[in-house]
Design a protein around this ligand. Structure first.
Ligand SMILES: [Zn+2]
Length: 109
């Protein structure tokens, strides 16, 4: 389980970009150049704004959709199963889930 925010996504963006576009001959010079610029950033320079400016869109470091309610949230928790499928939940959906668990626990008593 990991917590994902636009800031944590921005921090990971250079590695993820370079992994996605590592086949330079296939993806071309533009993607390679973006990856080179991203890799040159120090960790403290990897803000959502800087990442968006280099890539040309905000999708690599923005709010993430909750897989339960569908709302875009600045903080989600990502759960990953054994096959690598990730499921994101927002704070409200986590609270609702915990409330349901606690209700069941009360029934059992
Ligand atoms: Zn939610």
């Amino acid at each position: 389980m990991i917590v994902i925010t636009p800031e944590s996504s921005a921090l990971q963006a250079p590695e993820e970009w370079n992994e996605q576009y590592k086949e330079k001959d296939f993806w071309g010079q533009d993607k390679y150049e973006i990856g080179r610029r991203l890799s040159a950033l120090a960790p403290e320079e990897r803000t959502p704004e800087v990442i968006a400016e280099i890539i040309g869109n905000t999708t690599w470091a923005q709010s993430t959709a909750c897989d339960e309610c569908g709302l875009y949230c600045d903080v989600v928790v990502s759960f990953e199963n054994f096959s690598g499928y990730a499921f994101m939940l927002c704070k409200d959906c986590l609270k609702n889930a915990l409330a349901e668990v606690n209700k069941e626990k009360e029934k059992v008593k």
